[in-house]
Design a protein around this ligand. Structure first.
Ligand code: ME8
Length: 496
């Protein structure tokens, strides 16, 4: 079975920050989960490189837009590599193949009669790359980002968005899963009900874009959205496209809902293509109540956090700290607190002290399991067999907290049993139970913390078989008795 998922393409006007890493890690967890289930996954991500915003940023640095794009796109790719993002394709909107496809799609829409010439008169927000109607201005500022807008009057090709209003509403109505979470669905429905107007799909005064006819460039959002098609071979590789279309899940942030939940499906209607199954908008990371954006985000770069804490702690914090879909505050103090309590104390210490006990009293070999009395621990561990639907419903924070409930029960069990005070005969099974719980925990964490879960498995002496295992191995009594464990230094050393 195939599974196609996408992230937004990030603008290359500046360096990646926590918000971008968030979307990317969230998508990676789902991609890894679906692969574990044996699906044929195609995970698309990349960079959005045209438009006025990028051109302006390049000018300020005395660079050509493409030079800035090359530089920044690399920064994104490097960060994704460091973050263990398992994407299958990284697309750049300046790739020739993408540009060619965009032009073809433009002509298709024109031939269909869905593009017509006119004049756009109104405002434009460069930060959002978005047209703003005079009636939508809020105190003369962009209603979405609160920044200053420029006024614009230019000839253009309009896209008949209004024509698809009814189709959109009935599709949303008939497909509960299409827009998530439900709050965003309601927002989109009420926005559409207020009436859709046709959209300008070209720019006359922005030179940095895909050229069309003599005087126009393609509007950057139209260009960028089409990556979800070109990235998977639309009009160029029918085999690839036929295999993966439509997307199963598209991840976005709540800032770009209207583009993805209205403009994008309308384009697909116009092309007579099936719509994505699910477009899910997560919330914002904020600092002191304000959305982290590039200018602010620079202060806390993901690279710095990773250098200090490691890749998996960063992935863990992002997904555990706030329910996926809601907003949340980022702070260094909250990070350290979460790291020390959940990773260093609860999980890291459980692993380390158990392996130390095995090393000291059992010659580093997994003891026999028989005669144990760990029913509650067993039951709790096996409850993790039910996390799959929750991961697929993108309830990441809930899943992680469920896993940590198991870790807590294991810590309590170890304290209560105090194997260091028991005879070998009694201590062995108790330790086996804790190790088996750790194995199940590691398996459940595989998509979230890929490197650390492997490290735990290596510690348990099952590194090799673990590579191939999936959630089906959430069973009791799998760990082979007598296997040599491997005690290393704590995987999450405590931070001061
Ligand atoms: O909008 N919190 O690109 P972009 C959480 N190029 N997520 C955040 C965030 C924050 N503070 N800031 C950014 C664009 N994001 C367009 C998209 S798609 C065809 C074109 C994440 O660089 C979030 O996923 O502004 C958001 O949607 C995405 O980065 C936008 O990044």
């Amino acid at each position: 079975m195939k599974f196609y998922l996408t992230t937004p393409l990030y603008y290359v006007n500046d360096t990646p920050h926590i918000g971008h890493a968030y979307t990317e890690v969230a998508a990676d967890v789902l991609a890894r989960t679906e692969r574990l289930l044996g699906k044929d996954v195609f995970f698309l991500t990349g960079t959005d490189e045209h438009g006025q915003k990028v051109a302006t940023a390049a000018k300020a640095l005395n660079l050509k837009p493409k030079e800035l794009a090359d530089r920044m796109s690399k920064r994104f790719q490097k960060l994704w590599e460091r973050l263990n993002i398992s994407y299958d394709r990284f697309i750049r909107t300046t790739e020739a193949e993408h540009e060619e496809m965009v032009k073809k799609v433009f002509h298709k829409l024109y031939q269909k009669g869905d593009l017509y010439q006119g004049t756009y008169k109104g405002y434009y927000c460069v930060h959002c790359e978005s047209y703003i109607l005079p009636s939508h201005l809020q105190e003369n500022l962009c209603p979405d980002c609160g920044r200053k807008v420029g006024s614009l009057k230019e000839p253009t090709y309009f896209f008949r968005l209004s024509k698809y209003q009814k189709d959109l509403l009935s599709h949303i109505d008939a497909h509960l899963e299409f827009i998530g979470p439900p709050q965003r669905r309601n927002e989109v429905i009420s926005f559409i009900r207020r009436g859709l107007i046709d959209l300008s799909f070209t720019r006359r005064s922005c030179e940095w874009g895909i050229p069309i006819e003599e005087d126009f460039t393609i509007y950057v959002w139209f260009d960028a959205l089409l990556n979800y098609l070109s990235g998977v071979g639309y009009l160029s590789n029918s085999k690839l496209f036929g295999k993966y279309w439509p997307p199963d899940v598209q991840f976005i942030g709540k800032d770009i809902i209207r583009f993805h939940d209205i403009m994008w499906p309308a384009i697909l209607f116009s092309l007579s293509l099936p719509l994505p199954k699910k477009i899910f908008a997560h919330g914002w990371w904020k600092i002191a109540g304000e959305k982290i954006s590039k200018s602010k985000g620079e202060a806390i770069s993901p690279q710095d956090i990773i250098s200090e804490f490691g890749v998996d702690p960063f992935r863990y914090f992002l997904l555990r700290e706030i329910p996926f879909g809601a907003d949340g505050e980022y702070s260094y103090a909250a990070f350290v607190k979460r790291y020390n309590s959940d990773l260093a104390n609860d999980l890291g210490n459980l692993l380390h002290r158990t392996l130390t006990l095995i090393d000291n009293s059992f010659d580093g070999k997994i003891p026999k399991s028989s005669g144990s009395s760990g029913e509650r621990l067993k039951e709790k561990s096996l409850s993790l067999a039910g996390i799959l639907p929750q991961i697929e419903a993108l309830k990441y924070s809930e899943v992680l907290s469920k896993i940590w409930e198991v870790v807590a029960v294991a810590n309590k069990y170890l304290d209560e049993k105090s194997p260091w005070r028991l005879s070998q005969r009694e201590a062995g099974p108790a330790l086996y139970n804790v190790l088996e719980t750790l194995r199940i925990v590691a398996l459940s964490l595989k998509p979230f913390l890929p490197a650390s879960s492997s490290k735990i498995a290596e510690g348990l002496g099952i590194g090799e078989e673990f590579k191939k295992e999936n959630f089906k191995k959430i069973q009791w009594g799998v760990l082979p008795e007598g296997r040599k464990i491997k005690r290393e230094r704590p995987i999450f050393p405590r931070k001061k």
